[in-house]
Each structure stands twice: as C-alpha cells, then as structure tokens.
Design a binder for this molecule. Sequence first.
Ligand SMILES: [Fe+2]
Length: 175
Amino acid sequence: MTLDLVSDPPTRAPGQPTATGAEQTPLSPRTLRGIVRELAEQPDRWIHLVRLSTEERWYQRLVADDDHEVWLISWLPGQSTGFHDHGGSRGAFTVALGELEELSLGGPDQGLLIRRVPAGTARAFGPEYVHDVRNTASGPAVTLHAYSPPLSSMAHYDLRAGGLVRTSEEGPEQW
Ligand SMILES: [Fe+2]
C-alpha cells in the first residue's frame, strides 16, 4: 500500500463508477483491519503529522483511493465521537498510541457493550455498525481508521431508554 497524502476530498462519490467505468467492490472489514495494522506498525509514515487539538479530535486523511480511505486521528482525554454510523461503509480502526473505549449495542439481551481498545488492538466492522468511541484514559491517543467505500456520510445518534435515536447527519463537506 502506498501512502498518498491528500488535502482535497475525493471528487467521486462512493459507489459511483470510476473513470474507467468499473464499479468498485468494497474492501472487507478484515482487509481494512490489515491496512490499519500495517500502517500502525510503520509510525515513521505518520507520527510527524500528528497534532493535538483541545477544540475537538484532530484528524487528517492519509489515503484517498477509489475503493478506500485512511484517516489519522488524535484524541485528548475526554474527547469522543458520540454514537455514529459510517454511512454504509465498512471500517476498521487500530489504536497506535494510548487507549480508547468503544461502546456499542449488542443483541436484545446484551444491552450496552463497553470494550477497552488498548494500543496494538484493532476493531473491524460491517456497513451497519454503530458505535461511540472515546478517550477515557489520562493521556492522549492516536488511531488509524480505514473505510471502504470512502465515507460519504455519517449519522449521529443519541442513546435513550428505547435504544439509539438518529439525531443528525453530516457529509464530507463537514470534515
Ligand atoms: Fe466510527
């Protein structure tokens, strides 16, 4: 995998044909997990880019290919995503430095699942997945995330007594 640094969002929406007319098949969560793990093991390719922001999680896209994208994100203690989906994209992330906590809803009898995601571990998920990722540790964390197709939208949810309630949606123009 080559690491192409980009600053402009892709001009082609996910799922649309490429310039050659070929439809891209999304990469599997397993493949995406391999991508973020491989990159995490090569910190010389991204460590110099990391910034920390007290305003919100800091992020930068590292790869923008037709079939997937990779993001570098930093998290100060207390910073979190809130519950969100990935607009139908498959995804994976790994913690390169620090430790995060991931919340998700299990099956009907499982309720809220809380997982520690320490450095060196990775999570991968399918297109319907909804989670809340947060830094509850005392120090900063750095993570690598891959999505396929590239993110086209993200919906946010509130966790209420009856379950998750969709509250808003954002698109690439907001990130
Ligand atoms: Fe996510």
